[in-house]
Design a protein around this ligand. Structure first.
Ligand code: ADP
Ligand code: MG
Length: 219
């Protein structure tokens, strides 16, 4: 479903190029979950951004469902990202002016994939059914992240990318949010790639790899 081959990425900095990814290879099948471990600054977010099409690799190839991202025109890449990939960030990133119900539906509507029955099922399973009329600022952190997970899944993506999704939550809340996310991921059969620095959380996914010195190593 997802294949990353020989991906290299540096950032331009005032001190010169900063190499972050030095040849990263990974594969993820539909229905599988993979934890991307690594210390802070090891390049986890960089790799997720490349896979999510938010930034471009210097070298290497990322293929999604057999299609290489580099062969797509900008508009096609944007459509693939909208329709095929759901992203969950550490900072929740909800739309402050929209209710919970509208935050859940927002991206699915843009992608032309809004299904109200699925939205209501997501709200139910995420324990948000009674919060549909609230605004993000009226929610706890755990509730906000549950909305963000629902929003990512509302498009029925083939891949969900989660960048330290429980990093802003206390341990018990984070555990519960991850449990709900993994339940829903299993239910939809999509692939799940989660960056985390926690070996404890990583243990709950199917597979684990560690990013260190710009390459993936055994965890
Ligand atoms: P992680 O998510 O594992 O903490 P990141 O991918 O965010 O790591 O960052 C990897 C390295 O790249 C860090 O040294 C970070 O400071 C640097 N970095 C990240 N984004 C940029 C950027 N836009 N410009 C320059 N350096 C960056
Ligand atoms: Mg990061």
């Amino acid at each position: 479903m997802l294949r990353v081959s020989g991906v290299v990425k540096s950032y331009a900095t005032p001190q010169g190029p900063l190499p972050v990814l030095k040849g990263v290879d990974l594969a993820l099948a539909a229905g599988e979950s993979l934890a991307l471990l690594g210390e802070s600054g090891s390049g986890k977010s960089t790799l997720l951004h490349l896979i999510g099409g938010l930034d471009e690799a210097d070298r290497g190839e990322i293929t999604f469902g057999g299609v290489a991202l580099s062969t797509l025109a900008d508009g096609e890449r944007a459509a693939l990202r909208r329709e095929g990939i759901g992203i969950v960030f550490q900072q929740f990133n909800l739309m402050p002016g929209l209710t919970v119900a509208d935050n859940l539906a927002f991206q699915a509507r843009i992608a032309g994939r809004f299904d109200p029955v699925w939205r209501d099922e997501l709200a139910d399973r995420l324990g948000l059914a009674n919060l549909g009329g609230r605004y993000p600022e009226e929610l706890s952190g755990g509730q906000q992240q549950r909305v963000a997970i629902g929003r990512a899944l509302a498009v029925k993506p083939r891949l969900v990318l989660a960048d330290e999704p429980t990093g802003n939550l206390d341990e018990a809340t984070g555990d519960e949010v991850l449990r709900l996310a993994l339940d829903l991921v299993a239910r939809t059969g999509c692939a799940f790639l989660m960056a985390t620095h926690s070996t404890r959380l990583a243990a709950r996914l199917d597979h684990r790899v560690r990013l260190a010195s710009g390459v993936l190593v055994a965890p």
